[in-house]
Every structure is written in C-alpha cells, then in structure tokens.
Design a protein around this ligand. Structure first.
Ligand SMILES: [Zn+2]
Ligand SMILES: [Zn+2]
Length: 248
C-alpha cells in the first residue's frame, strides 16, 4: 500500500530557472494523478512517467501558475498517439472550468470535466479525496488525500482564513504554500512561512513541506522562519524532484 508524491514544481507565482511553477505527481499504488499543472510541470512529469499512464488530474484553481501546462496534456491526449487517448477525469472548480473552456474548448474533448467545490469527496484508485475551501483570490480548493490510513494534504494557494485546520488535521505530510517571508510581503490570499508552520503545528501535522516559494528570495530564510515558529515539527523546503513517501 503506497502513497507517494513527487514535487514537479515548487516555485510561487512564476517559474524560475531552478523551479517549475506549482505541480505534483501523486502515485497511489501505481495509479498516477497530476495535481496542479504550472509551467514546467509537464516536462518534469515526463521524467517520471509516460503520459498515457496518467489516470486523473486535479487543478486547485484557475491561476496560470497552476494551470498553464494543462494544454500540453490536452494536446498529448488528443494528438500524441494514432488515436486520441480515452479521456481521464479532471477535477477542478467551476470557475476554473469556465476559464479553461473559454481559452480552448478542446479541454473537454481530452478530459472528463468534473467540477468540484469545498466539501466534495471523490474516489480515485481506492483513495478518498476531499476538497476544502481555501481563501485566495479566485475560488480555490485545498486537497486532502486519504489512503490506507495515511493522509496527504495540499494547501494550493491559500490565505490564512480558509479551512486550513480541516485540510491539514493530523496529516502525515502537509504540502503548504509559503509565498512570502517576514520582510517583503503580506500578500493577500497567501501565507508566510511562519504562518504555514503555525497552521501545521496546530493541526497536528507530522511533516511539513513548504512550497510555492518566492522567486528571487533566499529560501533558507523561509525555512528558518518556519522552524522558529514551530519548534519540534519536521519542516523542509520542497524542491522539484523531491519524492515524499507518505506511508513511511
Ligand atoms: Zn500560485
Ligand atoms: Zn493562485
């Protein structure tokens, strides 16, 4: 029984030379789920699996740093083989579906579009996936994946006022955004590294992974600020290619 997540992109807001924008590859006993599709994540995904192995996609919200590479998947599923591949489910918010459909309707030909909102629960490969309301600028869902008694939680983009406590409650691994640092920010609809740490501590998280890291900043400072806010909690920085075994 294995629940493993690999970071495909860990940069906040836009991709850098070292980090793709937001994206994760979740592997549930060999069943592959692409969670957020920021710029650069498609190429990184292809270093781990071949795209026909994908069985599902989740997009947390419509912002381009979480969705722009979905079009690589659309074209691959439609044109990559002699015949189009069978559509796989794509779960995202109604708002994101409207925006993506307005950009190019062929997303609905490549994938089965399934709108979700906070409180919805879907099944994937024997795992239970629950969506939580995050406070961000557009409608955004946090994602909690429970499998074989283990919990992976992902904040997507989130300000401090959403249901982060419910999302992260007793999570074995919590991948949480940490977009800004003590100096240089207070970005509406985002968290600082210290806020992420306090939320994780209060929620009883076992392992906190900071992501959506600010471009052009010393990320060691994010780690220091988080560690200072949650003594005793295991906290680390995401990086592209980081593999997290949730069932350990
Ligand atoms: Zn973002
Ligand atoms: Zn966003």
């Amino acid at each position: 029984m294995a629940l493993v997540v690999t970071v495909l992109g860990s940069s906040g807001v836009f991709a850098t030379v070292d980090r793709a924008s937001s994206g994760y590859l979740v592997d549930i006993d060999g069943h592959a789920l692409w969670m957020d599709a920021g710029a650069g994540t498609w190429r990184n995904l292809l270093t781990h699996i071949d795209y026909p192995e994908l069985e599902g996609i989740i997009l947390s919200h419509r912002h381009p740093d979480h969705t722009s590479d979905i079009w690589q998947g659309v074209h691959a599923f439609k044109y990559g083989k002699t015949d189009p591949l069978p559509p796989i489910p794509l779960w995202t918010t109604s708002e994101a579906l409207s925006a993506l459909n307005a950009f190019a309707v062929d997303i609905g030909e490549a994938f089965e579009l399934r709108p979700v909102k906070a409180g919805d629960v879907v099944s994937f490969a024997g795992a239970e996936i629950t969506f939580f309301e995050m406070k961000h600028v557009p409608g955004t869902v946090g994602v909690r994946i429970e499998y074989a008694g283990k919990v992976l939680a992902y904040s997507a983009d989130a300000g401090p006022d959403g249901d982060l406590a419910g999302l992260a409650a007793d999570a074995d691994v919590f991948i949480c955004e940490a977009t800004y640092q003590r100096e240089g920010g207070d970005w509406e609809g985002h968290l600082s590294a210290a806020q992420a740490a306090r939320i994780a501590m209060d929620a009883g998280v076992k392992r906190l992974v900071l992501t959506h890291l600010p471009p052009g900043r010393d990320h060691g400072r994010s780690l220091d600020e988080a560690q200072a806010a949650c003594e005793g909690l295991q906290v680390e920085l995401a990086y592209d290619g980081l593999r997290l075994e949730v069932d350990r």
